[in-house]
Design a protein around this ligand. Structure first.
Ligand SMILES: Cc1cc2nc3c(=O)[nH]c(=O)nc-3n(C[C@H](O)[C@H](O)[C@H](O)COP(=O)(O)O)c2cc1C
Length: 395
């Protein structure tokens, strides 16, 4: 049983803080997954079930968690994943998050459907943010968005490919997120009034709460319901591999494909020249019933790890999980909910503390498995190495 008062340390501690601070529908939007949330749960257990191989009496005086991800030096192999509406978790949330990420020395990724615009985020950043793209039906708008991100200084594009349409998130339906009836309106108002701190700090003092990158798409930028309707209709299910050529034409920087879960798709990503991929099931928010990132990673690394950088996300909840992902062959990880929980529960300072604590956990895992450099982490550090051979990305 956790003490009710006390300093939050783990992702779970911050999750409870976030639950106490956010209106119920917003916490559920962040915490929940698709359908029965089986994949969401599998994501976490996928890492927990991996045992590490403790080694002793090795000189581990100089353990270094530094690495590079698509050419960028990072203090540890962790990237803050793109989260739509993250700016509602704390006042001007994406600005606070990019500051925390920069303070710790890791990349922050801004979602197409973030609250803060790319210019606002970049103005606060000391290291260029990565920009995440959802393909919209309105291609001139997408081209303009890419130009805007480039002009603001972004050089790494994360193109998300697993959202031809939004998943069925039952918690959101139960909370009436997509409904405008009087009953759900009342429910929302009730939940909002039960969190006056959030209302004052985030909604009143932190406004406007609109999709900053798309604020010129609709005249009423503050009407989030109307915006959500517009965006849901804009997701483009006709996108195919052929559209990668269009993206390449409009984006001169580094390109990562996020949402790859199949070896064949991973091979195709290499063929189209992606600088990296993110093995991901969108945090269990799209198709409930697909495998976890931990489950799919080894085969994908074995197939393409020597040709492009392989990142993974979904269910990574500690620095030890980061180590596990690297031991399974990932070059780095993205984290979603953990950073938003920390931001909602403790603001910029809370997120910075959580990230530093993860770095310390990663360092400890390296120390007790007897490795001093990130590039030395691999199958040797697993208690029961799998029989299938898998290589480190980049080898
Ligand atoms: C609330 C929420 C919003 C998200 N919004 C986006 C998004 O706008 N773009 C995107 O590519 N992925 C989005 N994702 C997926 C994350 O980028 C990431 O893949 C996932 O959160 C990783 O799993 P984790 O939360 O268990 O770490 C979202 C995830 C959550 C939880």
């Amino acid at each position: 049983m956790k003490p009710k008062f006390g300093y939050p340390v783990t992702t779970d501690d911050y999750r409870e803080k976030a639950r106490a601070r956010l209106p119920g529908f917003l916490f559920d939007y962040l915490d929940g997954g698709a359908a029965d949330e089986q994949t969401l749960r599998a994501n976490e257990t996928g890492w927990v079930n991996i045992n590490l191989r403790q080694r002793v009496l090795v000189n581990v005086e100089n353990v270094d968690t530094t690495t590079t991800l698509v050419g960028q030096t990072c203090s540890m192999p962790v990237v803050l994943a793109p989260l739509g509406l993250a700016g509602m978790m704390a006042r001007r949330g994406e600005v606070q998050a990019v500051r925390a990420a920069n303070a710790v020395g890791i990349p922050f990724t801004l979602s197409t459907v973030g609250i803060c615009a790319v210019e606002e985020v970049q103005a606060a950043a000391t290291e260029a943010a990565w920009f995440q793209l959802y393909m919209l039906r309105d291609r001139p708008r997408v081209a303009a968005l890419l130009d805007k991100a480039w002009a603001a200084g972004c050089r790494t594009l994360v193109f998300t490919v697993d959202l031809p349409l939004p998943g069925m998130r039952h918690r959101d339906f139960r909370n009436g997120l997509s409904s405008k009836g009087p009953r759900t309106r009342l429910l929302k108002i009730q939940q909002l009034l039960s969190r006056p701190g959030w209302l004052w700090n985030v909604a009143v003092r932190g406004g406007p709460l609109s999709f900053g990158n798309l604020s010129d798409a609709l005249p009423d930028a503050g009407n989030l319901d109307a915006f959500k309707e517009w965006i849901d209709a804009q997701f483009d299910p006709t996108v195919t591999w052929a559209d990668l050529e269009w993206i390449r034409k409009h984006w001169q920087g580094r390109l990562l494909l996020k949402g790859i879960l199949d070896v064949e798709d991973a091979r195709q990503a290499v063929r189209v020249g992606a600088d990296g991929i993110v093995v991901s099931n969108h945090g269990g928010r799209q198709l409930d019933g697909v495998a976890s990132g931990a489950g799919k990673l080894p085969d994908i690394v074995a197939a393409i790890g020597s040709q492009t950088e392989v990142l993974v996300d979904g269910g990574v909840r500690s620095g030890t999980d980061v180590f596990r992902a690297l031991a399974l062959g990932a070059r780095g990880v993205m984290i979603g909910r953990p950073w938003a929980f920390a931001l909602a529960g403790g603001g910029e300072a809370g997120l910075t503390r959580l990230l530093l604590s993860w770095q310390q956990e990663l360092r400890l895992a390296m120390t007790l498995t007897g490795v001093t450099r990130i590039t030395d982490i691999g199958a040797d550090q697993l208690d029961r190495p799998r029989t299938t051979e898998f290589r480190k990305a980049g080898e």
